[in-house]
Design a protein around this ligand. Structure first.
Ligand SMILES: Cc1ncc(COP(=O)(O)O)c(C=O)c1O
Length: 373
């Protein structure tokens, strides 16, 4: 830190100029992100609540109430009648809390979790942090976990099984209905990572069974800061049964509240306020409109890619398109140099494009035109 302060005006001017080096969602060229430009109402709501701390709720009762309302709306959307949960820092924290609760409930000496090969890397972090052994289940030809393999991997040490509704790499939706039956048969916790798909699947026509309507689903991750268009950070964790929160409880002796359930202590109420504001502004109708545009655009991209000679890795299940070229890695580097920010996925040797709300039809046309030359 410098010895003397600088005038705030100059500080802000410097930040403004530095910010210009960041990529912008509005350019339509960020094709690798599961986040998007937050809805304009999210930004305003965030500013209003940016001082509030959900880690000290007696001081900020309005923020706490807004968090409860966000959780109630998510629970309602995902058919969790008496579900309980929190607005957290993102999918990583949500997945951590789900597996921590499942582990604490069983209290096994050598706990294991069964993960699809396609599970998000946040589960690797979680396993390292809380001492869970990951046991990986392989996928079928459509990049969805194979439920019969999951069943074979269940042992006396299994504390949970995980399914993903909208994988990070391909947007694949695991057969959660089959996993639910297995979870019930073996009386094991099923966690559904719907960080991405949780605010897509409820709004599409060809619905997948993936939520608390399936009796075996015990917890779900759903992130307002991805397709929910809330400001970062806004993740969500939901438990079917309120009692599960007891396995996450930590006493907080010097605070106005006497306990915490989340991993993060000081939590911005602005996250909950931004999600609340977008939910209220868009409603089911607004989300349905936005999601259906993204899905349509993903199909336009998929068909366009095939037309100019690229091979799709698989038919998109949600709004993620993955394709291969002759030299896919080199192509992804060329695209970055041309200002198209795609991701290269080594394990499938493919390029992945996430068709988020900021990616419009004109951007897809320009991208295809660049690929065709
Ligand atoms: C399926 C899935 N789960 C978990 C996460 C982790 O979420 P976050 O980056 O918000 O912690 C992601 C992130 O993209 C994801 O796609």
């Amino acid at each position: 830190m410098q010895p003397k302060g600088t005038h705030a005006r100059d500080v802000i001017a410097e930040l403004k100029s530095r910010n210009e080096q960041n990529k912008r969602y509005t350019s339509g060229r960020i094709l690798c992100s599961m986040c998007t430009s937050p809805h304009s109402v999210a930004k305003k709501a965030y500013q209003q609540f940016f001082e509030s701390n959900l880690g000290d709720q007696a001081l900020f009762p309005a923020a706490a109430e807004i968090e409860r309302e966000v959780i109630a709306q998510l629970s309602d959307l995902l058919h969790g009648k008496d579900a309980a949960g929190f607005v957290v820092s993102g999918g990583t924290e949500a997945n951590l809390l789900a597996l921590l609760a499942a582990k604490n409930k069983t209290n096994l000496a050598q706990p294991e979790v069964i993960l699809p090969d396609s599970a998000h890397f946040s589960f690797t972090k979680t396993c390292n942090l809380i001492g869970l052994k990951p046991v990986y289940a392989s996928l079928d030809g459509n990049y969805r976990v194979n439920p019969s393999i999951v069943e074979k991997l269940i042992s006396k040490n299994t504390v949970a099984i995980v399914g993903t509704a909208g994988t990070a790499e391909l947007g694949a939706v695991d057969p959660i209905d089959d996993l639910s039956k297995i979870a019930l048969r073996y009386n094991v916790h099923l966690h559904v990572d719907a960080a991405f798909g949780g605010l897509i699947i409820p709004f599409i026509e060809k619905a997948f069974a993936f939520d608390f309507n399936l009796e075996g689903v015990e917890s779900m991750t759903v992130d307002p800061h991805k397709m929910g268009m809330a400001a970062i950070p806004a993740g969500g964790i939901l438990f079917r049964r309120k009692e599960m929160l007891g396995y996450l409880k930590t006493e907080t002796p010097y605070l106005s509240d006497n306990c915490h359930y989340t991993f993060v202590g000081t939590r911005s109420g602005a996250s909950a306020a931004s999600a609340w504001a977008v939910f209220k502004t868009l409603g089911v109708e607004g989300y349905t409109r936005i999601v259906s545009k993204c899905i349509k655009n993903a199909h336009v991209l998929a068909r366009g890619l095939e037309k100019i000679g690229y091979t799709l890795l698989c038919e998109p299940q949600l709004n993620i398109v993955a394709f291969k070229a002759k030299n896919t890695k080199q192509l992804s580097e060329t695209l970055w140099r041309k200002g198209w920010y795609v991701s290269y996925i080594p394990r499938y040797d493919c390029i992945r494009v996430v068709v988020m709300p900021h990616v419009k039809r004109r951007h897809i046309s320009a991208f295809l035109a660049d690929l065709a030359t």
